[in-house]
Design a protein around this ligand. Structure first.
Ligand code: ATP
Length: 446
């Protein structure tokens, strides 16, 4: 069995993870809406990021900055001048392509060929296309009211450097972490939620003494690689790729990508950039406000290391890694082997016989107890096998079944999503047992 993006997308739609956006109006290219389980999964991904970045560290603080900033920010950061992709037009088929990614594009007339490969293809010279979405502030639409939707969350962090250092007990090395929506007018979005025009980023800027920059860059590359694996990505599907000097972004002295082996190939999951003092220096020059660290005996502009990832892209990687189709006792099952901490629903409480009022009463009682501490579902409809399969497809790690024996001896069946083993456990201790299991390390079954 091999997982494909199409299979994952089909499951996502069927099981309310991801819907095509504006569906009743024919959709909007590469825009998606997240359904119930998508909301829960994304919230868990963001929660785990915040937990490892902020909660479990003593050198990090949070921030939530605006999407629309003063346009001077984008001038100073270099985005107005250089946040571009090379665009080519085909005069024959009238389609537009990214000149640096023609090998992944399809010719408009002959989809089996890449643009430029057929005698009819007539490509223009590449020109720089700025990826920032423009908008206007206020009622007058003129050049003075132009503003931009942020194409990265990072600049919101740099422009708050002074606010944070003067209000929080921080001292380099320290970081500011932020999660938020980002917008890029990508020339060729696609591959489901891999490349979107509206997406959510998780970025952290780590401010360090200049001499320590390279050391912290190495540290964060390993730390972030470890995070992805600790949440269940198989190690063999994750690799590091340092950028060649000619592909570095305008602000970066060195960047390494954490790549994931998506069904469409090895592609960037997260980038860890060594931004040096580029941003603080440029904002100091443009704003006239000194953005520097002032200690008791020292004064310097910190260097910055930035791990930057996307919620949507992480979600796709976790889903691809977790997706399995297998045969169990002669029947097909599709299962998402998500890390229990990422799973949208942790436990499903199932009365074996939905019409038995005694079983229903016990099951409702357990469900209401569990949902106070973890996302739990109650399901009394349909045959038990069908209910299990539904939970397998949304990745619920534990099924708790109330049956005749429960009424006799107070035990219930705990079914494990991955091994399919069933054990009898006391109903009384079920909540604590699951809470303990949620804290344990988990790795994908071999
Ligand atoms: P790419 O080379 O794929 O265009 P990038 O190098 O421009 O990406 P960064 O600016 O480093 O991307 O953004 C950091 C992270 O944000 C990426 O690693 C990815 O997880 C996410 N990301 C970037 N662009 C998109 C997009 N269009 N859709 C979804 N996620 C994105």
């Amino acid at each position: 069995m091999s997982v494909t993006v199409e299979k994952v997308a089909a499951l996502c739609r069927r099981r309310a993870f991801v819907f095509p956006s504006s569906d009743i109006y024919g959709g909007l290219g590469s825009a998606y809406d997240y359904g119930h389980y998508g909301v829960l999964l994304r919230s868990n991904i963001k929660g785990e990021w915040q937990r490892s970045m902020i909660q479990e560290r003593d050198d990090m603080v949070g921030l939530d900055s605006s999407i629309i900033l003063n346009p001077k920010v984008w001038e100073a950061s270099g985005h107005l001048a250089t946040f571009t992709d090379p665009l080519v037009d085909c005069r024959t088929c009238k389609l537009r392509f990214r000149a640096d990614d023609l090998e992944h594009a399809q010719c408009g007339r002959k989809p089996s060929k890449h643009p430029g490969e057929t005698p009819d293809c007539d490509l223009t010279e590449p020109r720089a296309f700025n990826l920032m979405f423009e908008t206007y502030i206020g009622p007058v639409r003129d050049s003075a009211s132009v503003a931009y939707l942020r194409p990265e969350t990072a600049q919101g962090i740099f422009i708050n450097f002074k606010n944070v250092t003067s209000s929080m007990r921080v001292k380099p090395p320290f970081g500011i972490a932020q999660i938020g929506k980002t917008f890029r007018n990508e020339i060729t979005p696609g591959n489901f939620i891999f490349r979107l025009r509206e997406f959510e980023q998780m970025e952290m800027e780590f401010f360090v003494p200049p001499a320590d920059g390279p050391k912290w860059h190495e540290y964060w590359i390993e730390e972030r690689r470890r995070w992805h694996i600790s949440l269940g990505l198989r190690e063999s599907n994750v690799r590091l790729r340092p950028h060649d000097p000619d592909e570095l972004s305008h602000y970066s002295a060195a960047t390494s990508d954490i790549e994931y082996l998506f069904p469409i190939g090895w592609l960037e999951l997260e980038g860890i950039a060594y931004r040096t003092d580029f941003d603080l220096v440029h904002h100091t020059e443009a704003s006239g406000q000194k953005l520097e660290w002032i200690g008791h005996e020292e004064r310097y502009v910190p260097h910055v290391v930035e791990p930057a990832g996307g919620v949507d892209r992480f979600m796709l990687a976790f889903l691809c890694d977790a997706y399995f189709e297998e045969e169990v006792a002669g029947r097909e099952r599709t299962v998402l082997r998500l890390h229990p901490r990422l799973a949208p629903v942790k436990a499903a409480v199932l009365p074996l016989v939905g019409k038995s009022s005694e079983m229903v009463e016990k099951a409702r009682g357990l469900y209401e107890e569990l949902r106070q501490v973890m996302s739990t579902e109650y399901d009394a409809d349909a045959a038990i096998g069908k209910r299990y399969r539904r939970q397998d497809e949304i990745g619920t790690p534990w099924g708790l079944t109330i049956d005749d024996q429960t009424l006799d001896d107070g035990t219930i069946t705990l079914r494990d999503r991955d091994t399919l083993e069933q054990e009898r456990i006391p109903l009384e201790g079920a909540k604590q047992l699951l809470l303990d299991r949620l804290e344990q390390p988990w790795s994908p079954p071999a």
